[in-house]
Design a protein. Structure first.
Length: 100
């Protein structure tokens, strides 16, 4: 599994919105993290070419989405300009590909 390596402190949704509002061009990196069931998408925020910050939620844990559509909608609402994904199909599971 490829892993996105953060190199800065975590950032909150409010901080991301503030940075976008004052003109920063931010990118969203989505990393698929497999688990026992279906896995989830972890969100990172990138500025310029090197600063990568994990996004944290209200509980100070990494922000994760079980559906990629919700992650993309969050990015669009927040003002993110570009999205990149890290996904290995050998690890990917979703409700459409997994049969009970």
């Amino acid at each position: 599994m490829s892993e996105i390596k953060p190199n800065s402190e975590p950032v909150t949704t409010e901080e991301v919105k503030s940075l976008v509002k004052i003109g920063y061009a931010l990118d969203m990196l989505l990393e698929y993290v497999p688990d026992e069931k279906l896995g989830h998408w972890r969100v990172y925020i990138k500025h310029k070419t090197s600063l990568v910050r994990p996004l944290i939620g209200v509980n100070n844990k990494p922000r994760e989405f079980t559906m990629i559509e919700r992650a993309l909608a969050w990015g669009k609402r927040t003002g993110i300009r570009l999205v990149k994904m890290d996904l290995h199909f050998s690890e990917y599971k979703n409700k459409y590909t997994e049969k009970d």
